[in-house]
Every structure is written in C-alpha cells, then in structure tokens.
Ligand binder design. Structure first.
Ligand SMILES: O=C(O)c1cc(=O)[nH]c(=O)n1[C@@H]1O[C@H](COP(=O)(O)O)[C@@H](O)[C@H]1O
Length: 278
C-alpha cells in the first residue's frame, strides 16, 4: 500500500486536531479508579474507551506496549484491536515499544511494528538507539519504505537518563545531541518535516540543539511528571512547530466517561495550540 510519508501525515493531523499525542497507559491504579477489574476484561474495556475517546479527537495516540504485554497473548490481542480502532477513526498510532537491538534482531522488531503484514503495525514506533544509532537502520529503512515513522529516545524525561544522555562523545557533543543529529541527517530535504523523530522529556531544563532536526519531537512528561505548556514553549523555542507534547495520565484521569476523555483531549490540544505559530 502506498501512503504519504509519516512526517507529512503527522503534520496534517497536527494541523487539523492540534499537536498533542494522547497516551494509552492502562495502569492498574487507573483501571481501579475507572471502576474496572485489572484482568483482561478490564484491560479490554479500558482500551475500548480510550479508542472511542481518542480515535476522532487526537492527532496521534501512543499505546504503551508494556501495559498490554503484561497480559501475554490476550493483552497483545487487545493492543491489536486498539491499534485498528484508532487508525480506522483517523488517528495516527505511535506504538511505544522502545525497541533496540543488534541489526539482525532489529529487522524482526521492525517487521512487528512497521510492516503492513503485521497485526501490530502502527504509524510509528519508539526506538532505543543505545546499541548505536546505526543499529536502528532496519527500522529506518522499513519505515521509509512503508510511509511510517520512528521516534528515537534522545533525552528522556526521567532523571536517571542524564547519566548516559548527557555524557560526551569523543567529538565533545553530548550523546543526546548526537542522536538528534543522526535523526536530522535522515530528514534532510523532507517537506514539511521528516519521519525520523526524537523523544525529549518535557521535564528537562535544557535540551539538545534542534536546528538540523527537521523532524517531530515527542515530548513526554506533560502533566503527571510536571511538564507544562510553558515548559514546552521554553524548551522548544523557535522549533515549537515540531513539538508533539505527549500526555497520558493527565488525560486518562478524566475517565471512564468517554465524553469527558474527549473533552480533556481537546482541551489539552488547545493548551498547546500556540506551538503552531513558532
Ligand atoms: O517514549 C516515551 O513515550 C517516553 C519517554 C520518556 O522520556 N518519558 C516518558 O514518560 N515516556 C512515556 O510517556 C508516557 C508518560 O506518561 P504520563 O507521565 O502519564 O503522561 C509513558 O508512557 C512513558 O513510558
């Protein structure tokens, strides 16, 4: 199937629905708060409500794969149904799987998340570049062939990340900067933006230079981890048009009512509408 590149599709979706990525993170505590059991029936209902709420309101939706894997194969079946429901409602799906491995194994991860033939195929997947950015090549190639995208972890929202990501490479740049630059080198010439994104925490006080990225920046950490529209504006500066703030618990707390989840999603998108201007 021929589809437009992910970066172009994401740009259109963000312009139409606002820039945020709504997260589906079925934490047991949230399932309790929604009056659901924490078994597979609860996971199924939680995910259906999220898909109902987000499919027609959010530009992009990020199911956190670990919460589904924890249920084994029935959990993965729920994830497959959720991905299909979101995509058929018009939302892009970013599978938050954080995959990364030696190239030959990476090819299999790429097939799982980025190949039309896979029931888990999504519009994009999060990747960990800590086996070396080059190890991601099979996923970068398959994403390009299939009009899909990737987001490489560059500077994560958790405080522990800095011990690795702020370390300096032999040339003097930080590891995080090197990852952003590697991503940018795959986005050159792309219009309106490339399909190789990076992940940068909305909780950080400083971030890598984004001038050569020309790709989307997923900013998790908004809400529950302390990030705000103000912190995203400050971090992104003149590159706000590339920002995709990711919000999970802060929206999910509005459940279980689907209408309330929808309202929380559109309100979150409105609070970041200013990003389009930068
Ligand atoms: O890749 C991610 O999405 C991610 C990267 C990161 O640096 N920090 C981070 O919190 N995340 C994910 O973003 C979501 C944040 O959830 P909330 O804190 O509930 O909004 C979770 O699914 C995390 O796994």
């Amino acid at each position: 199937m021929v589809r437009a590149p992910f970066g172009a599709r994401l740009r259109v979706a963000m312009d139409q629905r606002g820039p945020i990525c709504a997260g589906i993170d079925p934490h047991p505590q949230l399932m309790h708060a929604w009056g659901l059991s924490t078994d597979i029936a609860g996971l199924t209902e939680f995910s259906r409500r999220c898909a109902d709420a987000f499919a027609e309101t959010a530009a992009i939706v990020k199911p956190q794969v670990a919460f589904f894997e924890a249920y084994g194969s029935p959990g993965l079946a729920v994830l497959e149904e959720t991905i299909a429901a979101l995509r058929s409602g018009g939302a892009l799906v970013l599978a938050d799987a954080k995959r990364g491995d030696i190239g030959s194994t990476m090819s299999a991860y790429a097939r799982a998340w980025l190949d039309d033939a896979s029931p888990l195929a999504s519009d994009a997947v999060t990747l960990s570049p800590y086996l070396g950015f080059g190890s991601l090549q099979p996923a970068l190639e398959l994403a390009q062939q299939t009009g899909r995208g990737v987001f490489a972890l560059a500077a994560t929202s958790n405080p522990e990340g800095r011990t690795v990501q702020r370390a300096r490479c032999s040339g003097g740049t930080t590891v995080a900067q090197m990852i952003v630059d590697e991503a940018g080198s795959r986005n050159r010439e792309a219009e309106p933006m490339g399909s190789v994104g990076v992940v940068i925490g909305a909780t950080l006080s400083e971030i890598p230079d984004l001038k050569d990225l020309n790709g989307p920046v997923l900013l998790p950490g908004v809400g529950a981890q302390g990030g705000t529209p103000g912190s995203v504006a400050k971090l992104m500066g003149e590159y706000g048009h590339l920002a995709v703030p990711a919000v999970s618990r802060d929206i999910l707390r509005s459940g279980p009512d689907v209408a309330r989840l929808r309202t929380a999603t559109t309100q979150a998108a409105e609070s970041f509408a200013f990003l389009k201007q930068s």
